[in-house]
Design a protein around this ligand. Sequence first.
Ligand code: PEP
Ligand code: MG
Length: 579
Amino acid sequence: MITFALHGIGVSGGIAIGRAQLISHATLEVAHYTVPSSRVDQEIARLDFAVDEVQKELTTLHGTMMREGELPGEFGAFLDVHWMILNDPTLAEAPKRIIAEQRCNAEWALVQQMNVLIDQFDQIEDAYLRERKNDVVQVVERVLKRLMGKPGSLPTSVAEERTILVAHDLSPADVIQFKTHHFAAFLTDLGGVTSHTAIVARSLSVPAVVATHNARQMIRDGEMLIVDGSSHVVIVNPDRAVLAEYRLKQSEFELARQKLKRLRGKPAETLDGHRVVLNANIELPGDLAQVLDSGANGVGLFRSEFLFLNREGLPSEDEQFEAYRAVAAGLAGKPVTIRTFDLGADKTKEDLEGLARVAPNPALGLRAVRFCLAEPRLFLTQLRAILRASHYGKIRILIPMLASVSEIDQTMTLIEQAKESLREQGEPFDEKVPVGGMIEIPAAVLAMGGFCDRLDFLSIGTNDLIQYTLAVDRSDESVSHLYDPMHPAIIRLLALAIGGANKAKVPIAVCGEMAGEVAMTRLLLGLGLRDYSMHPAHVPTVKQRVLSSDVSTIKPLIDRIRRTDSPAKLAELLDKLNA
Ligand code: PEP
Ligand code: MG
């Protein structure tokens, strides 16, 4: 067996040793085989059957959604587009000819025809129509899943704790399903360091390496792997000496982690007496145990949109209320900041695709608060649920992706509307529930005055702030080398935001991945930050760094960092800061 290494981006530290389990992806892994002429009709019938089943699926979906009136007309239009694609002879009939002519299996014929159609779409000049090729791919995926017995879905059981999952790409919705499984590590061909897939992977507290480019092709099921998330490397078929070396490293890593746990009860305070709040980020109520174990002050970011993924339809007000109440009550008086749902872009689901994903550029489209304001009924349902839960603990509401004050004003009107309806029903809630906004778009930093005037607190989402400032898609590994948290523009925006909020006496936090990166702890401290929210596993390491820092000695270095435009100089100054 040949030993080789694959390099990627380690998005979650630590070392795992185990056996590979490959995860399939319908359009990528379609088998190609010839069928005897006597079976050609059977193969065509198989295709017909799968197409019929998907037609029924679309009809049911259309009927249910329209009946429940939960989603507006665009969603119906989107389903109609899929229906039309499915019934168009270029998709419904052409593959049959391919089966007959090439005597191949139905899946293969369908993918051949899909590629022909994609090529045709690529020639179209109109950008909107060109993007419709994604609808073709989605329809084909649906038919393929029928033909192959849902091979695109994730394994329902992962064999053992020493299993390492290897996938071409996974959506955040796929990864969140893994929370109920035990496995040792995780690697994907695609993905960027702050993609939601990576963030969720990190929250599983297993080592993970993304952007390995072709791991899915190079690795076979059952092969022995070492995943070193801290060194961004995967070793395939290691020999005995390498295995022994990594087992040693693994136990050293574990020992260091255990030692850090002793800091759990200690307050985070710098050497010169500055108190720092260290909160935790969560995706689901089930993450609470880890938060309590980490010694975090509370929850600084509850990404509530994950309640909407991996389920039929959308969560009702009562279901959402139960989830928020459970977190608020579980924290027993410690604060919990619930971010209103940030759906759209990479966090979407089939029932929402018509609204969110079909946009020509989803990250700049109807995402987060924009989606909420376009769908006030969905937004009001969530606001009522959060307000009702505010009676059972210390809840704060956080609005994502704000770009202008008019969005704040509209949101405040809806919050007031939700409160009024609860008052009328005699439902108890916290009348003074604080409302904050996320600073994730450069425009929000540059026009912060209006934000400070209207909001009770702010939280900087560095993951998106970096993406939108540098125009680098956070989930696209082909530009991940350009995703630079230490870009002078980012440091200046952080300085402006933190300095501006401190001056206006509006509490400000950082809840993006940067808050959990120990190499950034002192930089943020020096910029005046006193409130961090991060994955719970990072709380002890960041606390240790806070405990060993002295703000007064950091300050002169920070001034130099803020002034320089040279990346080399910045790197040198950051090294000094962390020495
Ligand atoms: C961020 O953008 O930094 C953030 C915390 O929000 P999310 O990662 O969920 O987009
Ligand atoms: Mg964000």
